[in-house]
Design a protein around this ligand. Structure first.
Ligand SMILES: [Zn+2]
Ligand SMILES: [Zn+2]
Length: 223
């Protein structure tokens, strides 16, 4: 399940966009706001306590900061695709390598906490669906060949399970698992807070978004 569900979430989102060609952006924005709140809350409820439980709080804090900085660095190349932005030129025909590589590094890291924290799986699934929908809309409307678009989404789909697999099966990675989890916490903190920040466009009050954000936090609390 840990491997299969993230793959299905991405592929089904792609098929959904390919077959229905969704026009309404409002639903996706609500889902994105929900996913940001849900992921942030799960990170704080689930991963925070464990990352700091070994008592080396400052060292672990440094790894969390490293994750935040790493994510900021990755977004120079992905232009924010991890939190629901695609700024890559639609007219380009070439395979978007920079976007692909930065998204892959992000997604592999994201898979690490799933190995030991089953509830994080739900947070990542809910986070992946709007991102996969937004990426699919971009790829399908771009000049990139359909085969390459499918290849992009297929490879993107397996990156998180690869991260989960490596975290659980490579001895060396197991010895640094708390550090890796702390880096993942930083990545989640960055993307989820950016999602929440960007979902309140111009700080205008939006009841729908506020509600889905509160619901996201409450569900995460009781999981
Ligand atoms: Zn952004
Ligand atoms: Zn992600």
């Amino acid at each position: 399940m840990n491997y299969l569900l993230p793959i299905l979430a991405v592929l089904l989102s792609f098929i959904f966009v390919y077959t229905t060609k969704p026009k309404k952006k409002e639903g996706i924005k609500l889902l994105l706001a929900f996913s940001g709140a849900f992921l942030l809350a799960l990170t704080i409820f689930e991963l925070f306590p464990e990352v700091y439980s070994n008592g080396r709080t400052k060292t672990m804090g440094a790894y969390v900061m490293l994750g935040i900085l790493l994510q900021i660095f990755l977004e120079f190349f992905s232009k924010g695709a991890e939190h629901g932005h695609v700024h890559v030129d639609k007219e380009k025909k070439e395979f978007p390598w920079l976007l692909f590589i930065s998204l892959s590094i992000h997604s592999i890291l994201e898979g690490v906490p799933i190995d030991h924290h089953h509830t994080m799986l739900y947070g990542i699934l809910i986070h992946k669906i709007p991102i996969a929908i937004i990426l699919s809309i971009f790829l399908i409307n771009s000049k990139i060949k359909p085969l390459n678009a499918f290849l992009f989404m297929g490879l993107f789909a397996i990156m998180t399970p690869i991260g989960t697999f490596l975290a659980g099966n490579v001895d060396f990675l197991a010895t640094i698992s708390s550090q890796l989890n702390a880096v993942a916490v930083g990545v989640f903190l960055h993307i989820s807070t950016v999602i929440l920040f960007e979902s309140s466009e111009g700080h205008k009050f939006n009841l729908g978004k506020l509600l889905v954000i509160i619901i996201g936090v409450i569900i995460a609390y009781f999981l």
